[in-house]
Design a protein around this ligand. Structure first.
Ligand code: BTN
Length: 244
């Protein structure tokens, strides 16, 4: 990311998101673990990954210029850097709101961004990323996994994937630093999974409805066009995709 930033590769940890909080790490540094004993996912789920085959790492970011209310733009930058990376390897991906990366209807990457701040702007943000790189056999309990290897029919060099991601992330982060939210918003929208396509969604009370994604607000709210023509905005946790 920046001159002097490093990749620390370790054998085992609880969660790389925990390591990345330590003060020895600086903006742009990456902690990559071969094995996580307590890998975390979104919505309180755990994250498991086949040892030696995938990438499980956390990137340290210090966007001290970014108002807390605009933290979604950071998620956009990270998700876009990932789609840029896969494009380099010939894999077409989409971003499933808020920030899963999909190939077709299957999940390739999970992202867990954890922020810390004391004032009106962000302090340290840890972007935890799990990429299925070379894994070909998955736990049947997982709903819809895919890997780069399954998508492309070949294996990949994990260091090369990580280096590509660092390069793209630096470019996307530079947009954020320049205040170019419009480009991030435009590109994120263009790569959204199920953009404009009717799809079932579930509300926290369990009820289902069908709607089509129209876009996303800079605050991160999902804009859904309902069958009756109304446009409504939903925060994370207010609505969930129903996996077919
Ligand atoms: C999700 O899709 O639920 C998010 C998964 C995020 C997994 C990554 S692996 C590296 C980092 N460390 C963690 O404990 N979680 C993230």
């Amino acid at each position: 990311m920046t001159a002097g930033s490093m990749i620390r590769r370790i054998t085992e940890t609880t969660s790389t998101n925990d390591d990345a909080r330590r003060p020895e790490y600086r903006h742009g540094d990456i902690v990559w673990a071969e094995r996580q004993t307590a890998g975390r996912g979104q919505r309180g789920h755990s994250w498991t990954s086949a040892e030696g085959e995938n990438l499980t790492f956390s990137l340290v970011l210090e966007p001290r210029f970014l108002p807390v209310g605009e933290q979604f733009l950071l998620s956009e930058a990270v998700a876009l850097a990932l789609t840029d990376t896969f494009a380099d390897f010939g894999i077409d991906t989409r971003i499933k709101w808020t920030n899963d990366i999909y190939v077709g209807d299957r999940k390739l990457v999970g992202i867990l961004i954890e922020h810390s701040y004391t004032g009106p702007t962000l302090g340290r943000s840890v972007a935890g990323i799990g990429i299925n790189v070379n894994q070909r056999v998955f736990d049947p309990a997982l709903p819809n996994p895919v890997s780069m290897a399954l998508a492309a029919g070949r294996t990949f060099d994990r260091e090369e994937v990580l280096e590509r991601f660092r390069t793209h992330c630096a470019a996307r982060y530079a947009l954020l630093e320049r205040g170019d939210a419009d480009t991030l918003q435009r590109d994120y929208r263009a790569r959204m999974y199920r953009l404009g396509t009717p799809h079932p969604y579930r509300l926290p009370d369990g009820s289902l409805f069908t709607a089509a994604i129209e876009g996303v607000r800079p605050s991160g709210e999902l804009l859904l066009r309902h069958a009756d023509g109304t446009l409504r905005a939903y925060l994370f946790r207010e609505v969930e995709f129903v996996i077919d």
